[in-house]
Design a protein around this ligand. Structure first.
Ligand code: CP
Ligand code: NVA
Length: 304
């Protein structure tokens, strides 16, 4: 590859028009896959998948997606490759670039994702860092469009931790003009720099510490775990700090018949009750399925 590759480290690595193209392609892939039609647009291509943290959805949707596109994916758990024994990321990146057509990675520090991208001559896709989860946002936007018929006049409430999923969702909401309110306990808000990026993109996220204020009249209620991967030591303090932020049927009374979203895995009885997850308001498994279609669209768009 001679041209600089496009990377996808967060949602605003694509323009609103490019995002629309990717979402439309995802819808086409979803229709094709449900109809059993061939769509082997990445015939013979290989995706390397680096994982420093566990995964169910990201791993399986990327691997299955590559197979459905006629390509192949290689799972590279940190401890299965020399990275786990200290080989520098920049060497790992340059080596993988000589073999594979794209790299997807799940790492702790966002800066490490940037190193991978800097040294890669093939597209690098962020499969989650401590700061961002943009592939999740692509699936979320696809799900919201299915539920609401578009993004116009859609209001969404993020309730819980202002974490990686929240931060990428805030960027995605800004790019699609979704009206977003973010309710977090004090000290757990979205980073100021991310809010500023969202505003620069034309978004106007409201922040509050009141979950009821956020939920009132919302079309979408979105939450995620209170303890993300790598934060296990903070469990006790977080369980106290997040009291009152649980998504329950009582909280949903304040909404406009909202759809409930969660990126999964969910911790029933913590950030969300079991009955809400199992209710007909819940679209969490549509979100999970849409990871597959959205990422296939992203990969084929990055590699064309
Ligand atoms: N939502 C999500 O990324 O799930 P996994 O951790 O299972 O990949
Ligand atoms: N915020 C969660 C998302 C898991 C998909 C975490 O980082 O663990």
């Amino acid at each position: 590859m001679t041209d600089e590759p496009r990377h996808f480290l967060d949602v605003d690595d694509v323009s609103p028009t490019e995002l629309e193209t990717i979402l439309e392609r995802a819808e086409a892939y979803k229709r094709a896959q449900h109809a059993g039609e061939d769509h082997e647009d990445l015939d013979g291509q290989t995706l390397g998948m680096i994982f420093q943290k566990p995964s169910t959805r990201t791993r399986v949707s990327f691997e299955t997606g590559m197979t459905q596109l006629g390509g192949h994916a290689v799972f590279l758990g940190e401890d299965d490759i020399q990275l786990g024994r200290g080989e520098p990321l920049k060497d790992t990146s340059r080596t993988l670039s000589r073999y594979v057509d794209a790299v997807m990675a799940r790492v702790f520090k966002h800066g490490n994702m940037e190193v991978l991208a800097e040294y890669s001559s093939v597209p690098v896709v962020n499969g989650l860092t401590d700061d961002a989860h943009p592939c999740q946002t692509l699936a979320d936007l696809l799900t919201i469009r299915e539920q609401e018929g578009g993004f116009e006049d859609v209001s969404a409430a993020w309730i819980g931790d202002g974490n990686n999923v929240a931060q990428s969702f805030a960027i995605g909401a800004a790019l699609t003009d979704i009206d977003l309110t973010v309710a977090t306990p004090e000290g757990y808000g979205i980073d100021d720099a991310v809010l500023e990026r969202a505003r620069d993109l034309g978004g106007d996220p409201t922040t509050t510490h009141d979950p009821v204020e956020a939920a009132t009249d919302a079309d979408i209620i979105y939450t995620d775990v209170w303890i993300s991967m790598g934060q296990e030591d903070e469990r006790d303090v977080r369980m106290t700090d997040f009291e009152g932020f649980q998504i329950s049927t009582d909280l949903l009374e304040h909404t406009a018949d909202a759809s409930v979203m969660h990126c999964l895995p969910a911790h029933r009885g913590e950030e969300i009750t079991g009955d809400v997850i199992e209710s007909d308001r819940s679209v969490v498994f549509d979100q999970a399925e849409n990871r597959l279609h959205a990422q296939k669209a992203l990969l084929s768009w990055l590699l064309e």
